[in-house]
Design a protein around this ligand. Structure first.
Ligand code: PGA
Length: 250
């Protein structure tokens, strides 16, 4: 089964609403590719203007985070129903920056994954090892633990529609990309794990992205690997380069 590639920008805490609109306009002609799903995961305050700005284009909008309750006294948080009502289709869950700086653990992320799915959002579930873990040789053990915990109780049918992003922490924002072989090895390991927990059909359907200093220069080689179905792009999603990543597979 041919999986459709998905290229998602992760803007992180960048772009004021007016800067966001300017970026969407700049990228509009550059990100056209009928063979690829294109997503902008944007800061909460940019969601409404960006959803409006991409109307009629091939771009969908994602959130960078959400809370596990639908509404109530959770000052500062944003819920899945709010995202859905605003026109959001995807939500990043478990980015290493949220795991690290905001102490989000796997039990909390598992609740987020379930809430997102129940609301009709597609989670982009992130996993990845630190440099120390890679050097000690526990990369795959660590990632298996993350994925197993984060997907506990999630059905095969829901996993088929999920996006998993493999993002080695040492490659994020460092300019130090994993080699295409390193990225392929872990993405294949994740797919094998999904086959183990669920079945071959689920493993075959789930889309697995690579993320970590992916850019116009290295995207084609990464995307050519059989188990890499797309990219989660930080720095390079904030400039015209993103169009080259979207079209790298051509
Ligand atoms: P980067 O970020 O492309 O700037 O390394 C990727 C990410 O954190 O999703």
């Amino acid at each position: 089964m041919a999986r459709r590639k998905i290229i998602a920008g992760n803007w992180k805490m960048n772009m004021t609403p007016s800067q966001a609109l300017a970026l969407v306009e700049e990228l509009k002609p550059l990100v056209v590719n009928p063979d690829v799903d294109v997503v902008y995961c944007v800061p909460a305050i940019d969601i409404v203007p960006v959803v409006n700005a991409v109307k009629g284009t091939n771009v969908e909008v994602g959130a960078e985070n959400m809370y596990i309750e639908d509404k109530g006294a959770y000052t500062g948080e944003i819920s899945a129903p709010m995202l859905v009502d605003a026109g959001v289709k995807y939500v990043i869950i478990g980015h290493s920056e949220r795991r690290d700086y905001f102490k989000e653990d796997d039990a909390f992320l598992n609740a987020k994954v379930k809430k997102a799915i129940a609301a009709g959002l597609t989670p982009i579930l992130c996993c990845g090892e630190s440099l120390e873990q890679r050097e000690t040789g526990v990369t795959m053990d660590w990632i298996r633990l993350q994925i197993k915990s984060d997907l506990a109780g999630v059905s095969a049918d829901d996993v088929k529609n999920l996006v998993i992003a493999y993002e080695p922490i040492w490659a994020i924002g460092t300019g130090k990309t994993a080699t295409a072989d390193q990225a392929q090895e872990v993405c294949k390991g994740i797919r094998d794990l999904i086959a183990e927990i669920y079945d071959e059909a689920t493993a075959d359907a789930v889309r697995i992205q690579y993320g970590g200093s992916m850019n116009a220069g290295n995207a084609a080689e990464l995307l050519a690997k059989p188990d890499i179905d797309g990219g989660l792009i930080g720095g390079a999603s904030l400039k015209a380069d993103f169009g080259k990543v979207v079209n790298a597979g051509k």
